[in-house]
Design a protein around this ligand. Structure first.
Ligand code: GLY
Length: 572
């Protein structure tokens, strides 16, 4: 008995030691020496870390983690959506993978408009027409084919296990499940009720095992046949069946034609550091680099973190970066003339800097953008940061667009479809101060990719990754990544503090800055408003997931944003 007790006490001690060594909370970063994975769900972080421990590299771990999140974080983790991977090896190799969704072949420029020229029944965000051709499986497969080390089957296996055996349900999913319960008798959402409610009827209680047998079967087809397990055969047929049944556009041909692509990253420098980020169809990298270039000419450290003077300069950089984003950016395969080089140049930033009055807010003017609809972008999406034993880094953000995407589940296949078509500009030539943008580069066209704000980024020093960072948050993503980078590089915060620090967001139009409530002092707000800025409060901005590599000490510091429900940095 005594022996048994001391065994359990020992076990408890080992567990708490493991917790304090490797698990992260709040402002204290997690430390590891051989590898680190940070995501919005602890089980997915653990899967990624196990792959690293099995000898997998950063690409292997990010692929396995992404499949695991498709099971444990159905709000944003997915196989029915799309996203981006940015890779930076310890040997200096840099590349990106673009697996953003595409418009189906039958899509048209005005497909969401009624006879009155207005958007019909929110059809770009809701219902079957809002679904884009998914890219995730193609992207993960392509990245693995090119750079993976462990067998593909081994990377899909942990997700299959989680889907088959189930994982403990948390309160996090309850508001979605309440919605599903209310809609369970509607034809369009019957398969969602079947997949997400207990016996198709009831909400899982906290801690009850949530199993997804149909999703496990789909994952097994992907495990066995690679990307073809999704884009061809039974899965493709099941997707086409849903489309035919509900008047959707995606066909087996759309699926068979879908290809992910490898792209050169967009790069810049900031105070001697290299910024490596996602090029279009993400607007993230270009806008981030433009804003950092503008900021480089100010002594922001001297201004002090989140002082009124500092917030003013940040806002003005954001205003200018987001105006250019709206005017110029879209899918490069359809907009070959995008001025990416100009927008990311130091000369252009210097000109923009000259237009900033240090004491007075500029005015966002939509008149310049008569052909331009700042559309709504959902704050849901999710980010994975990984560093392996060699110091190779992956920054990956992927999404279903809204939380749980279109909320339409593929009957018999157990996964949710995105509603990413809402990221196109739906009303051509309509831009207004409320935030509608109708610019040409991002209008709907067959097989075009919708513009994204996802900003998976790696900051490097002397050719080696230093900081791996990204976040969900729709259009706020770029500003979240922007502020975390500045917090580390200028304000010298550790990665956990840099992520926890209160953030702001301005996106050109509407001409309003959001502050996280309780984040910025009322005195600062008064000074900031006196310069001509308008402020609104929001609850939280983003869920950043980051890793800082201290090459000298040989330590990886990881931090999952406490704004996430189940986020965790896990390392070894
Ligand atoms: N759907 C969010 C984004 O792509 O930015």
């Amino acid at each position: 008995m005594k022996n048994k007790n001391s065994f359990f006490i020992c076990l408890l001690l080992i567990c708490s030691l493991a917790q304090s060594t490797f698990a992260q909370s709040g402002r204290i970063a997690s430390r590891a020496e051989k590898g680190m994975v940070v995501t919005s769900h602890y089980l997915a972080s653990e899967v990624g870390n196990e792959i690293l421990q099995q000898g997998g590299n950063a690409i292997d771990a990010s692929v396995a983690t992404a499949f695991a999140l498709a099971v444990t974080l159905p709000s944003a983790g997915n196989i029915g959506g799309g996203g981006f991977i940015v890779y930076h090896g310890n040997d200096g190799e840099q590349t990106t993978f673009n697996f953003r969704e595409k418009a189906p072949l039958a899509a048209t420029r005005d497909m969401f408009l009624g006879e009155d020229g207005k958007i019909k029944a929110n059809s770009n965000h809701e219902g079957i027409l809002s679904v884009g051709v998914p890219g995730t499986v193609a992207g993960l497969y392509k990245a693995h084919q090119k750079m993976g080390k462990l067998p593909w089957e081994d990377l899909v296996a942990p997700a299959i296990k989680l889907a088959e055996n189930g994982f403990p349900s948390t309160h996090y999913m309850n508001s979605f499940l309440e919605w599903v319960k209310d809609h369970k008798d509607e034809e369009l959402y019957k398969a969602t009720a079947e997949a997400f409610l207990k016996d198709g009827q009831k909400i899982y209680k906290q801690g009850e095992l949530f199993k997804q047998p149909d999703l496990a079967k789909t994952l097994k087809r992907i495990q066995q046949h690679g990307a073809d397990g999704f884009y061809k055969g039974e899965t493709a047929q099941l997707i086409e069946n849903v489309m035919k049944k509900h008047g959707g556009l995606i066909t087996k041909e759309d699926l068979a034609r879908y290809e992910a692509e490898e792209l050169k990253p967009v790069t810049g420098t900031y105070r001697g550091y290299n910024i490596v980020s996602m090029p279009p169809p993400s607007s993230g990298g270009v806008t981030l680099i433009e804003m950092l270039n503008i900021l480089e000419g100010f002594d922001i450290k001297e201004m002090g973190h989140n002082s009124a003077e500092y917030l003013h300069v940040l806002t003005e950089a954001m205003r200018r970066g987001y105006a250019d984003r709206a005017q110029h950016l879209g899918d490069p395969n359809f907009n070959p003339q995008m001025p990416v080089e100009k927008l990311t140049s130091k000369e252009y930033a210097a000109k923009l800097r000259e237009t900033i009055n240090p004491e007075k807010a500029s005015v966002s003017d939509s008149a310049n953008f008569s052909t331009a609809h700042l559309r709504y972008e959902s704050p849901q999406t999710t980010h994975i940061s990984v560093v392996d034993q060699e110091g190779n880094a992956v920054s990956m953000t992927y999404t279903l667009e809204h939380s749980y995407g279109s909320k339409i589940t593929v009957d018999g296949a157990g996964f949710l479809l995105n509603n990413e078509m809402g990221d196109f500009n739906p009303i051509p030539e309509h831009t207004d101060t409320k935030g509608f943008v109708g610019t040409d580069p991002n209008l709907v066209a067959p097989e075009k990719r919708m513009l994204s704000s996802m900003t998976p980024t790696i900051v490097a020093k002397d050719g080696k990754p230093l900081l791996v960072i990204g976040s969900p948050g729709g259009r706020t993503i770029i500003n979240t990544v922007f502020q975390v980078i500045i917090n580390v590089l200028d304000h010298e915060m550790n990665i956990a503090r840099a992520i926890e620090a209160p953030r702001i967001h301005h996106q050109w139009l509407p001409d309003i800055t959001s502050f996280e409530r309780y984040g910025i002092s009322p005195d600062t707000k008064v000074l900031y408003e006196a310069m001509g800025h308008e402020v609104k409060y929001i609850t939280n901005q983003g869920q950043a997931m980051g890793i800082f590599i201290d090459a000298e000490e040989g330590i990886y510091y990881g931090a999952a944003d406490s704004r996430s429900y189940d986020g965790r940095a896990v390392g070894n």
